[in-house]
Ligand binder design. Structure first.
Ligand code: SF4
Length: 498
């Protein structure tokens, strides 16, 4: 029998985590500040919600060369010790936090932890990737046939091998060359000995922002998945990296190019609903404000008579506040989340595993008893947690339970850097809204419409509209990039299935 993995947190999935779409990865890089790796560790700590399985940092220093550290677990537990951080000297560093969305899901090996590093004729380079390459299997097969030796099961490693085979003269050009062969979603932070590089795929599916620490001309440059990671190190938000843009940053400044065939942007709409932190800014607007607007729209579309509005914490909180403000029904913290779950029980007993969602959430009985309760959640994936929460609310003496969901029914899997169950496991893929209500045994269940979600994020949905649109494939089944690998493995697109 294999030894118990002390970082196995799968039992927490029974406590609710397995019933959410899991965030993808977070990337961060900084150039021009002493002890850059410590800044990266702080940035990754702020991005921990995007990946909790493992993290890695690569740094460069003229005397020590490239150095790297990869660890399982939370950044606060792994990249805070002096013994680790002093192995990462230099004023240029990048990092990555991971939740596996490709490769060996759920059985990450340390070799799968990014950043990945390659030694090229013109010097070394490291890359950290947020997203998912949808033609990675085909690329990997081709590269292996041509002699590449892969070190990991990660889709992202293809980029390093494609760069190795490029005939271009320098690393940024090789990276451009490599990324022209790649399909899917990528927000990448990379580094050479002297350059910090940021790239976003032409659709701009995943976020990437540019920031600066200190005075113009004298300070340090930062690239990060979200603005909350700039805040933690006191960096100023400069701008978002544009879809299809590549920035090459040196001590002299930032050079920008658009090396890919332009496409209409399709940013992930779920970043607004759930993935990004509420204190981040996306598209010039705070994520919190957008979520509150989603809650208001939800209240307009799905009114119901009730006594209190409760969020399913934490991600349902801003939408519940919006619902309460719009409907005039009082807001109440009817469910309290234990913020300190983490990896609390390193080897949980069977009895602890069976406690499931109660490990994380507890009902505030005094607020719930005798009330008609509206529960606002961000999404329903498998529905297992929603059912358990409903039972806890009824056990606490609620008279009625009405679920209101701040996203449309999740009926399709994501192939762009989010861990979703297979389509058959998604409740909305096999049941109508009414069937879902019966399955969850609640008094009512309503979702925001896709048009309503677009209104709340400030857009009008329409494939021919001139204004930018989003990726909404997990709701609509309309995939902006054909998921070639998944089709090879038997996935049926909407047109073929319906
Ligand atoms: S499929 Fe859904 S989660 Fe994935 S990128 Fe599109 S909107 Fe986001």
């Amino acid at each position: 029998m294999p030894p118990a993995n002390p970082f196995d947190t799968s039992y927490l999935r029974d406590a609710g985590d397995g019933d959410k779409l899991s965030e993808e990865c977070g990337v961060f890089g900084v150039l021009g500040v002493a002890d850059a790796a410590s800044f990266v560790a702080l940035g990754l700590h702020a991005l921990q919600h995007r990946g909790q399985e493992a993290g890695g940092i690569v740094s460069y220093d003229a005397a020590a060369g490239f150095q790297s550290a990869r660890r399982f677990g939370y950044v606060r537990d792994t990249f805070t010790s002096q013994s680790v951080m002093e192995t990462l000297p230099g004023s240029l560093a990048i990092g990555h936090v991971r939740y596996s969305t490709a490769g060996n899901k759920g059985q990450t090996a340390i070799r799968d932890v990014q950043p990945f590093f390659g030694e090229f004729a013109m010097g070394g380079a490291a890359i950290a990737h947020n997203g998912n390459i949808t033609n990675a299997n085909a690329l990997r097969r081709e590269l292996i046939e041509r002699g590449s030796i892969f070190q990991s099961s990660s889709d992202s490693e293809c980029i390093i091998h494609l760069m190795a085979r490029s005939l271009q003269r320098n690393i940024p050009e090789r990276m451009e060359d490599a990324l022209r062969r790649v399909e899917g979603a990528f927000s990448i932070v990379a580094m050479t000995r002297t350059k910090l590089i940021g790239v976003r795929d032409p659709l701009g599916v995943r976020p990437l922002v540019l920031g600066r620490v200190g005075a113009a001309g004298a300070g340090a440059w930062v690239l990060a998945s979200e603005t909350c990671a700039l805040d933690i190190i006191g960096a100023e938000f400069v701008r978002e990296i544009e879809p299809g843009e590549m920035v090459v940053i040196t001590a002299e400044g930032v050079e920008s190019a658009f090396p890919f065939r332009p496409r209409k942007p399709r940013f992930c709409i779920f970043e607004h609903v759930y993935f990004s932190r509420p204190d981040s800014i996306l598209g010039g607007r705070s994520v919190y404000e957008t979520r509150e607007a989603i809650g208001r729209e939800l209240a307009k579309e799905t009114p119901v008579d009730a006594d209190i509005v409760c969020p399913v914490p934490d991600s349902g909180t801003p939408a519940a506040i919006g619902y309460s403000l719009e409907s005039g029904i009082p807001y109440a913290m009817g469910i309290i989340r234990n913020q300190y779950m983490g990896r609390t029980f390193i080897e949980p007993t069977e009895q602890i595993r069976n406690m499931g969602v109660r490990l994380k959430l507890n009902v505030n009985r005094a607020l719930i008893q005798g009330k008609r309760v509206i529960l606002v959640d961000d999404s329903v994936v498998r529905g297992t947690t929603s059912r358990k929460i409903k039972e806890m609310i009824l056990d606490a003496g609620a008279k009625e339970v009405h679920f209101r969901i701040a996203s449309p029914p999740t009926a399709w899997p994501c192939f762009y850097g989010v861990d979703t169950p297979q389509r058959e496991k998604l409740l909305a893929a096999t049941m109508s809204e009414d069937e879902m209500r019966e399955h969850l045994q609640v008094d009512s269940l309503r979702f925001i419409s896709l048009d309503g979600l677009y209104r709340a994020v400030g857009e009008t949905r329409g494939r021919d509209a001139a204004q930018p649109q989003y990726c909404d494939a997990c709701f609509s089944g309309e995939y902006p990039v054909t998921p070639a690998d998944q089709i090879d493995q038997g996935f049926r697109m909407k047109e073929a299935a319906e």
